[in-house]
Design a protein around this ligand. Structure first.
Ligand code: MSP
Length: 506
């Protein structure tokens, strides 16, 4: 049975409207999911909303509506964002769904029956913003290490025997050094576990907005045990009807702030449940806004919908994926976005397409010319376009170095621009018409490959480019990056309109 490539975003808290952080995680997963589909894999791409817990309960209370109504409304805004950002998710999970409640309660019962969950009493600090427990020794100037306020919590609580998994986790990390990416995050998780693990409180009694603990309904489950299990719920767990093809997940994409939950707690829960561990957890970095930390208090939250309205979706997706090496932190600035779009999208890619297709329209009556025999530089450009995929594949599948992939594609675009300037097809028109035809054909064929390659990043622009060249749908996969599927001479092409209009500098 073929394993489906299973990729997940974190499920988003519905305490507030979506912001650039959510958009960033979702777009990066979308790029990988689209890439894998185009590369011939079966893909399941899961996203959704995290709807229980104290933070969401408090947000609902503040807005004066019932938690259920509140989460229904906010979850819908996250679902709508998928359309705005053209996210190709296959499933949208909500933790208030019945399928999820069943899965979590099943998992709980399993851990309880095995003796890995026991009843005790929690006395310690809790940060509602982080939905995390802290020891006195974790606090910095009376606050959580994230700067969030903490409250003192003292209540009866069930505990998960996390301490028991310290050695198994360390062993697992050593045996699977690529379990966590980038490397620095693996080191961070390793050091955390090496520092010692205490048992983890996994239920609360001081509020009710959560999944009830089986056989003890005055407790609701700790929101992270509830939330992490979503990845299993979506495989059909506990039925496990699709488990063989879906589980374990191939990539859990997360932000660096939620590493501990995914790289320590989640694997420990899975080990306790005798389930296989995900193949990889990748933690991306965080954006600041014009040099400042993004926060509601500062009031500098970036609205992804507004960005798309202002600059267009392809530009936003491209900028977010290119601006910072994936895995690092980086800064968002409108100036940088505009400059990047103008220089890399309009000047380099947009102009290339516009120039080549206009020349073909004008000089070849709107049909692809028939090439003569190819010169070495024609072959070089074409081979570059066909072969780059073998360099790109491991960057996506193994390293998630999304920014490097874009660089490799733009290297072809740079090559093509150099080639057109050197070959000057506009002057060949008078001096050597057949050579002009060969040059224009070579360029059109290069643009075909570029159009195919940029689909995961900019599905709309890629679609337009492939449509201009009349590339049929079944020839748009990566398997068509070969001379076997080259453009057929004498095919009609369509008159180009600018794909990336320049944006006025701010
Ligand atoms: N509900 C949890 C996840 C549960 S997964 C089982 C959660 N939700 S969240 O809505 O707060 O965050 C979702 C994602 O947004 C995280 O991956 C987080 O890293 C990301 N970002 C939030 N702010 C961000 C930036 N400023 N920059 C980049 N990503 C950021 O955590």
């Amino acid at each position: 049975m073929t394993k489906t490539f299973y990729i997940t975003t974190p499920i988003y808290y519905v305490n507030d409207a979506p912001h650039i952080g959510h958009a960033y995680t979702s777009i990066s997963c979308d790029v990988i999911a689209r890439f894998m589909r185009l590369d011939g894999h079966l893909v399941r791409f899961l996203t959704g909303t995290d709807e229980h817990g104290q933070k969401v309960a408090q947000a609902a209370e503040k807005s004066g509506i019932s938690p259920q109504n509140f989460v229904d409304i906010v979850s819908e805004t996250f679902r709508n964002l998928l359309g705005t950002l053209n996210i190709s998710a296959d499933d949208f999970i909500r933790t208030t769904q019945e399928r999820h409640k069943e899965a979590v309660q099943h998992l709980w019962t399993k851990l309880f029956n095995k003796g890995d969950i026991y009843l005790g009493k929690y006395a310690g600090w809790y940060s509602v913003r982080d939905e995390a427990f802290f020891f006195e020794s974790d606090l910095i100037e009376g606050k959580a290490p994230t700067g969030a306020e903490v409250i003192w919590v003292e209540e009866e609580s069930y505990f998960f025997r996390l301490s028991k998994f310290q050695e198994p986790l360390l062993r697992f990390y050593k045996e699977n050094p690529d379990f966590i990416g980038p490397k620095k995050r693996m080191n961070e998780a390793f050091r955390f576990v090496e520092g010692g693990l205490k048992d983890l409180s996994v239920s609360r009694t001081s509020f009710t907005w959560g999944i009830p603990v089986p056989n003890d309904p005055k407790h609701v489950m700790y929101v992270w045990l509830d939330a992490l299990t979503n990845y299993l719920t979506a495989t059909g767990y506990p039925e496990h009807n699709e488990a063989e093809t879906l589980w374990p997940a191939d990539i859990h994409m997360i932000g660096k702030d939620i590493l501990r939950f995914h790289a320590v707690y989640w694997p420990a829960f899975l080990m306790a449940a005798d389930l296989p561990l995900p193949k990889r957890v990748f933690a991306h970095g965080w954006w600041t806004n014009e040099g400042e930390k993004i926060s509601k208090t500062i009031g500098n939250v970036i609205d992804p919908i507004e960005l798309v309205d202002s600059y267009g979706l392809d530009a936003v997706r491209y900028f977010l994926m290119k601006e910072i090496p994936f895995g690092n932190d980086g800064d968002f600035s409108r100036k940088a976005l505009v400059q990047r779009v103008n220089s890399e999208l309009s000047n380099k890619l947009g102009n290339l397409v516009q120039r080549v297709l206009s020349l073909i329209m004008k000089n070849c009556s709107g049909v692809l010319p028939t090439p003569g025999s190819l010169a070495e530089k024609d072959e070089n450009l074409l081979n570059h376009s066909y072969d780059v995929i073998t360099q790109i594949r491991p960057l996506i599948q193994e390293d998630q170095s999304i920014h490097k992939v874009l660089q490799l594609i733009w290297d072809i675009i740079d090559d093509a621009n150099k080639y057109i300037d050197e070959s000057a097809p506009w002057s060949l028109k008078k001096t050597d018409f057949p050579r002009m035809e060969t040059v224009l054909y070579t360029l059109a064929e290069t643009i075909r490959c570029i159009g195919i390659l940029i689909q995961p990043f900019m599905p709309n622009a890629a679609g337009k480019i492939l449509e201009l060249l009349n590339v049929p749908g079944e020839k748009q996969n990566f398997s068509s990056l070969t001379p076997d599927d080259k453009l057929l001479p004498q095919t009609k092409i369509n008159a180009p309109t600018p794909i990336f209009p320049r944006i006025e500098e701010v």
